[in-house]
Design a protein around this ligand. Structure first.
Ligand SMILES: [Zn+2]
Length: 254
């Protein structure tokens, strides 16, 4: 009897332990499922964030790329004039072409243009390329001194000088993107250049190399500079072709 009772108790104890174990299992399973759900929840919250973040950084890198493109374009279309002086922090890397120095980025198209003109029997002689602000000051002061020597008063000498020469800081030659040409039979930078075959050749071909006639006869009010048929300016081929075909000046194009 005692044995029977003892066995019953033993069975009860085993059963209790079994129950206890299965409740533990259930609890563990519930906790695991809960953790899993939490994790999924957190992931779901994080995912859109990280997607947004990556799309944000994509947008940012696009903005940076756009800015870089704008900056890359900007140098070619830079306008330096009496209304827009050269920035004080302006710098340029120069390269020699013939006897002049130009922005190194335009030396190849300039050389190609001179070579192709030569092959067509046209002599393009570059006589002015890059000019520093202090070199411009010397030119300006010398010209003014010559008017003063001729007997003009201070004010008149200043006015006449400004008609002929851009004040220091206002010359496009500071950019290294402008070139003055002479040719066979033409030894002065004056309107006589417009009568030369070189001018005709430049009018027809310069845009293909990225150059425009910068101060056309009919645009003096827009450019603020009188006609300079000898002065050409690099803007890049696509823009030069657009500007030339529309017969506009850089001020109207920008
Ligand atoms: Zn010039």
């Amino acid at each position: 009897m005692n044995n029977h009772l003892q066995r019953l108790r033993e069975e009860e104890r085993i059963q209790r332990q079994k129950n206890k174990r299965s409740s533990k299992l259930v609890l563990t399973f519930v906790m695991f499922s809960f953790s899993l759900l939490c994790l999924i929840g957190v992931m779901a919250t994080i995912d859109p964030l990280s997607e947004k973040k990556s799309s944000d950084s994509e947008g940012l890198s696009q903005t940076i790329r756009q800015t870089e493109t704008d900056e890359a374009e900007e140098w070619r279309l830079l306008i330096i004039s009496r209304d827009s002086y050269l920035p004080v922090d302006f710098t340029v890397d120069l390269k020699k072409v013939g006897d002049v120095r130009v922005d190194h980025r335009i030396s190849d198209p300039l050389e190609s243009m001179i070579e192709d003109a030569d092959a067509a029997g046209i002599k393009l002689i570059p006589v002015s390329g890059y000019r520093s602000v202090s070199e411009q000051r010397v030119l300006y002061d010398d010209k003014k001194a010559s008017f003063l020597q001729q007997g003009y008063g201070e004010e008149a000498a200043e006015i006449y000088t400004r008609e002929l020469i851009q004040p220091p800081g206002a010359s496009e030659h500071h950019t290294g993107l402008a070139i003055d040409f002479l040719t066979m039979g033409i030894t002065e930078l004056d309107e006589g250049f417009a009568q030369s075959p070189a001018y005709q050749w430049l009018r027809e071909n310069a845009a293909n190399y990225g150059f425009i006639e910068r101060y056309p006869a009919d645009k003096t009010e827009k450019t603020g500079v009188s006609w300079e048929p000898w002065h050409f300016r690099y803007v890049g081929t696509a823009d030069a072709i657009a500007i030339s075909s529309m017969a506009i000046c850089l001020e109207e194009y920008k």
